[in-house]
Write a protein that binds this ligand. Structure first.
Ligand SMILES: [Zn+2]
Length: 134
């Protein structure tokens, strides 16, 4: 499984993580998915409704807007991204508990880098993140 992410979007995720620090940034990934491979086309930043700084909770209104925007471009919401201000680019127990959509990509920004995971059969498994120049 792999996710192709344009370098500009990777940089956008890292910048959002820096801007939100010490809280977590979050948003949705719009693109296409074929089987367990995906390609990101754009990002849809979302408000983080979590009251704790070590949590994220995407505003449902932003999620809905992302779904509408994706559909308007014949694309899908293929994943989400958020940051770990503690610098650990691994899904937390809370992330796993909050994951529910099979075939969803999870991008985690930590320490200036981004790591990708793929949710299926109840697990968040590491996925290859391929950055492209476009
Ligand atoms: Zn997390």
């Amino acid at each position: 499984m792999k996710l192709v992410l344009p370098e500009t979007l990777r940089a956008q995720i890292v910048d959002a993580a820096r801007a939100a620090h010490p809280a977590e940034s979050c948003g949705l990934v719009i693109g296409t998915r074929a089987g367990d491979d995906g390609a990101a086309a754009s990002l849809h930043p979302a408000r983080n409704l979590a009251s704790r700084t070590d949590r994220f909770e995407i505003d449902p209104a932003d999620h809905f807007a992302a779904l509408k925007a994706a559909r308007a471009s014949s694309l899908s919401v293929i994943g989400c991204y958020h940051s770990h201000p503690n610098g650990v680019a691994q899904p937390s127990a809370t992330d796993l508990a909050g994951a529910g959509e099979e075939g969803f990509f999870w991008l985690i920004a930590a320490g200036g880098d981004v790591a990708a995971f793929f949710y299926f059969t109840g697990r968040l498994t590491g996925a290859d993140l391929v950055t492209s120049s476009s």
